[in-house]
Design a protein around this ligand. Structure first.
Ligand code: SAH
Ligand code: SF4
Ligand code: F3S
Length: 443
């Protein structure tokens, strides 16, 4: 059997696209290779959100080039956001690549692969959105996790934040039809999936382009599907997070009490320069509302440090928000100018060394807050979906609030929702015992 290897960079959208590409290749008779050295097809699914991922892609390609020595017929393909934005440039820098395609024509992979295997360069980058892109949705996915699955509900983004490349690499917002989403969820449930994770660059904008359906209505519809045990969604935009959505989250038993709500910066001046469409106060009001409806909700966010024009005072506003909200998790990065974005040529106000210090200080401070949040779980009983068994036999699962929990191993718990008493909090995970095990010990 021929083998494939996919290296994925970037966000949930790319992960799901890679799972679909695995599905396409499976349909074509391929199986996954353990190592890239054994593959007949290598695909690099790229991200372009900051400069670093761009560089990582080129260095990975440098490694993969070596496969041609061992297997001259092997095909190396590059796809994803960097390919969409700069596919021809990558081809120039790495001329050994056989195949390049963008983010909206992934369903053409069979045709492109055939072309590449016949010895031609297979390059297809479509500027506009491919009109048949939803063909991709018909393919199965190859997932590592048996019990949780991503479902793409909306593609692209209309927000045009001034620093962001995503609207260029992913195009305008396109919501998938509700019937098709529900059908995919149904199929996944039949395949043993317990947790449905709805994804998009901006899921809270779901339905705007369809006219008569709202994101919260989709949540209700999925909650009604028998066999679905948990629902999550990523990423919501603060501007589109309405009280209706928050109410639905609180009202629907299957929707988990966890939300990733990127703020990006605390200073109103910087938020305006980023064109985020909210002030610090408006953002904090949404957090207050979330906590009013769901007092135990776990919150996470994204931060950009050093957007052009950001002063130390502006940065302190971000720190203030982190101290006030006390997020469970924060993903913080230094600002990186992206080609063609409105902010690209704005002058930087601080030198890179100062920005690194700001970023490190912020990460250190948040580390303590995250630990404090985890410590509050000690002694509590929480519901855990057991997702994986490690080689040493131990089990790993997640709470509804998306915390990783390590448990003593027992095969028959895989895929089960169990009540777990948390015995120890670590910085990045929790440890616990199932209530059943505790009762056994007592007896
Ligand atoms: N759609 C999501 C996030 C998409 S990109 C949202 O709006 O929240 C993921 C994260 O990458 C962003 O939240 C942002 O924090 C970061 N990011 C995007 N462009 C960036 C840039 N030019 N420099 C640094 N970080 C960036
Ligand atoms: Fe980028 Fe802003 Fe869209 Fe998020 S909302 S993908 S940060 S443009
Ligand atoms: Fe990266 Fe594209 Fe996602 S730029 S963050 S992989 S949408």
């Amino acid at each position: 059997m021929k083998k494939y290897y996919i290296r994925t960079f970037g966000c949930q959208m790319n992960i799901n696209d890679s799972q679909k590409m695995g599905g396409i290749l499976k349909t074509l008779g391929y199986e996954p290779a353990e190592n890239w050295e054994d593959a007949d097809v290598i695909l690099v699914n790229t991200c372009s959100v900051r400069e670093k991922p761009d560089q990582k892609v080129l260095s990975a390609l440098g490694d993969f080039k070596k496969i041609k020595k061992k297997n001259p017929d092997a095909v190396i393909g590059v796809c994803g956001c960097l390919a969409q934005r700069a596919g021809y440039e990558i081809l120039q820098k790495a001329p050994f690549i056989d195949m390049v395609f963008g983010t909206t024509n992934i369903h053409h992979l069979p045709k492109l692969l055939e072309e590449a295997q016949s010895g031609n360069k297979a390059v297809e980058i479509i500027e506009d959105i491919d009109e048949n892109e939803t063909e991709l949705d018909k393919y199965p996915v190859v997932r590592e996790n048996k019990y949780t699955a991503f479902v793409t509900i909306i593609r692209g983004c209309d927000k045009n934040c001034t620093y962001c490349i995503v609207p260029t690499t992913r195009g305008k917002e396109r919501s998938r039809r509700i019937g098709e989403i529900l059908q995919e969820v149904q199929y996944l449930v039949e395949d043993g999936v317990k947790e449905i994770h709805l994804i998009g660059q901006n899921v809270t904008a779901y339905g705007k382009d369809l006219g008569d359906v709202k994101f919260w209505e989709l949540l209700y519809a999925i909650n009604d599907i028998e066999g679905v045990e948990r629902i999550r969604f990523t990423t919501g935009h603060p501007r589109d997070l309405s009280e209706d959505v928050i109410k639905a989250m609180a009202d629907l038993p299957k929707v988990c009490e966890a939300l990733h709500l990127p703020i990006q910066a605390g200073s109103d001046r910087i938020l305006e320069a980023m064109d985020r469409g909210y002030t610090q106060k408006e953002y904090l009001q949404k957090i207050e509302l979330l906590r009013k409806y769901m007092p135990d909700i776990a919150l996470s966010t994204d931060i950009i440090v050093g957007f052009p024009g950001e002063t130390y005072e502006d940065y302190l506003e971000t720190i203030k928000v982190l101290k006030e909200v006390k997020y469970d998790q924060v993903f913080a990065f230094k600002y990186s100018p992206r080609p063609g974005t409105p902010a690209e040529n704005l002058p930087m106000t601080e030198d890179p060394k100062t920005l690194s210090k700001w970023l490190n200080d912020l990460i250190l401070m948040q580390k303590d807050i995250s630990f404090e949040k985890n410590l509050a779980y000690e002694g509590k009983v929480v519901e855990v979906l057991v997702e994986e068994q490690k080689e040493d036999g131990s089990l790993v699962g997640r709470t509804r609030t998306n915390k990783l929990v390590h448990l003593e191993g027992r095969n028959n718990l895989l895929g089960e929702l169990v009540n777990v008493k948390i015995t120890k909090a670590n910085r990045f995970s929790l440890e616990g015992k199932t209530l059943k095990d505790i009762n056994l010990t007592v007896i």
